[in-house]
Unconditional design. Structure first.
Length: 312
């Protein structure tokens, strides 16, 4: 990644990108208590009004990525905390591109990205959280879930026939199964938080009109044809159901230790800024620092330095 210029830094100062400024911006999209949450209160086209200009987006993103890279080094070296970032969205909301841009400057040794596709036979023979547990980040790592266990209260709920493939005994297939799964997710995330995993969840909030525009772009531009799947239109037919279930899911699982960010996704440049800012903010709440060398090890290091310096 290119080094920030003085002009880039001037742009960040203009927008007040201090810790206080970041908190104020993120508060617009952060959901810690879902009891009064309404998805309709969040505008997919929002760009925070006068706070940020699109022409300054590249400089702000570069700064955010640089700060995140610095934090990741300390996270890795300290080897105490782990970070889990969950990305959920409807088709064409830009999850892949957001992950690519936000993680562009982070050491790949400290990042683990898992994309969850349709579950295979092994996963279907386990509980719905099993395969995600296999991919949880170790201490010192940032784990990225591109889709997650939330698919089992979203896609599977929209298409209940998928539930039959999970080989569940009839006794547990009650009308309360979705409520029970949401309760299981909330309990699971609380457990992870208590074990030192910082959890940040992103719902990329795309409008139906913008999804249509992006689908048409994939159809009209040859280099984007590979991105289009005819099944995407089938899912689009369930637009209202998905949004109803996303609202219910966020209500049930938003918590201070596992917040959701309902990120406007109609403008990709703004989506990326909010995601990198939220990740930076979450890590800033930790006491991240490089491990200190004890006195005995320091003496050995000084001895090694003298030996190397004396070599001819």
């Amino acid at each position: 990644m290119a080094k920030l210029t003085d002009a880039d830094l001037d742009v960040t100062e203009k927008h007040g990108i201090s810790s206080k400024g970041v908190h104020r911006l993120l508060k617009r999209y952060r959901v810690e208590d879902g009891r009064k949450f309404r998805l309709s209160d969040y505008d997919p086209a929002d760009t925070a009004g006068h706070l940020i200009d699109k022409k300054d987006a590249d400089a702000l993103l570069a700064l955010g990525v640089r700060r995140l890279s610095d934090q990741q080094e300390k996270l890795y070296a300290q080897d105490e905390w782990a970070m889990l970032c969950v990305f959920q969205a409807i088709d064409a909301a830009g999850k892949d591109g957001t992950i690519k841009h936000v993680m562009s400057g982070v050491n790949p040794q400290g990042v683990q990205i898992t994309s969850f596709k349709a579950p295979g036979p092994e996963a279907l023979d386990h509980d719905f959280l099993w395969r995600a547990n296999q991919a949880l980040p170790a201490r010192g790592m940032i784990g990225i879930f591109n889709r997650s266990y939330y698919e089992d209260v979203l896609v599977v709920r929209v298409h209940p026939e998928l539930l039959k493939a999970q080989h569940l005994p009839a006794e547990v297939l009650s009308k309360h199964i979705w409520k029970e799964r949401l309760e299981a997710i909330a309990a699971h995330e609380l457990y992870l938080a208590r074990q030192g995993t910082v959890i940040v969840k992103f719902f990329l909030n795309l409008s139906k009109d913008e999804q249509k525009r992006r689908f048409l772009s994939r159809l009209d531009e040859l280099e984007k044809n590979w991105k289009f799947n005819s099944g995407d239109l089938t899912e689009r037919d369930h637009w209202d159901e998905y949004h109803e279930y996303y609202e219910e899911t966020i209500r049930a699982t938003a918590a201070p230790h596992a917040p959701w960010y309902v990120v406007p996704a109609d403008n990709k440049w703004f989506t990326r800024l909010i995601v990198v800012a939220a990740m930076h903010d979450a890590l800033s709440r930790l006491d991240l620092k490089f491990p200190e060398v004890d006195p005995e090890e320091r003496r050995r290091m000084n001895k090694a330095r003298k030996k190397l310096a004396s070599e001819k």
